[in-house]
Ligand binder design. Structure first.
Ligand SMILES: [Zn+2]
Length: 232
């Protein structure tokens, strides 16, 4: 019998295949979930299964409390982090976690990625934030949930749909979006921004941030009611 969650699993499957295709992780590193807000369920990659061996029915469907409602495999160990974000933020359709090299490099240096250029400003109008380092007590308490809480803490006063990405200090990037497709797009964009910023910072460690006027111009070309980039 066809699963009632088949379409959600298919979208999560396809988005997970983008991780190796975009060079965002080796082996089984990384995971994507797709969220159905109306039904309050997410489909996520199973733990430790390689991308080329992943079948659509392997995607594990969980409700917002973390209970498995479909699937025989164990969900990604990062599933509790994804659930924290879906529970907290409206308008979410997908979450991605990778250990992509340049974004993880900035995360390991515990540095936000400075908004050096217009490529960055086309996607978000501020530095890519970096969380605080997790305390020993939080690591012991419930590591994956606390990773989500760290992200929420970092996003106090920020709009997660305007800043759809974060670096978790000492660890790596999480990105999200209104769909799983948008979330994986943001993961690939973040890696490219991180790579460009690394080159800029290497050439000139005191390189200036893009002036505010250029940031606003580039961000607003693609976002908001006066956007005019692309085709109607
Ligand atoms: Zn990780």
């Amino acid at each position: 019998m066809r699963s009632p969650y088949r379409e959600l699993q298919e979208r999560a499957w396809a988005a997970n295949q983008e991780i190796p295709r975009r060079g965002l992780a080796i082996y089984t590193f990384g995971n994507v979930s797709a969220f159905d807000a109306a039904r309050g369920v997410m489909a996520i990659k199973p733990s430790g299964v390689e991308y080329e061996k992943l079948a659509v029915e392997d995607l594990v469907v969980l409700d917002l409390s973390g209970r498995v409602v479909e699937g025989k495999l164990r969900p990604s160990s990062d599933a509790p982090t994804h659930l924290v974000l879906y529970r907290a933020w409206k308008g979410m359709g997908g979450v991605v976690h990778t250990h992509s090299t340049y974004a993880s490099g900035w995360a390991q240096a515990r540095l936000a990625i400075p908004i050096y250029g217009t490529t960055h400003a086309d996607h978000l109008a501020e530095d890519v934030p970096c969380t605080a380092v997790m305390s020993d007590e939080a690591v012991e308490r419930d590591y994956e949930v606390e990773t989500g809480n760290q992200i929420l803490e970092c996003f106090r006063g920020r709009n997660p749909l305007e800043v759809p990405m974060v670096l978790v200090a000492g660890h790596g990037p999480f990105t999200w979006g209104e769909s799983p497709e948008k979330a994986i797009y943001n993961a690939a964009v973040l890696e490219e921004l991180a790579r460009m910023a690394f080159v800029t910072h290497t050439l000139d460690p005191s390189a200036a941030r893009l002036p505010d006027r250029l940031i606003r111009k580039h961000y607003q070309r693609k976002h908001g009611k006066n956007a005019y980039y692309g085709q109607k």
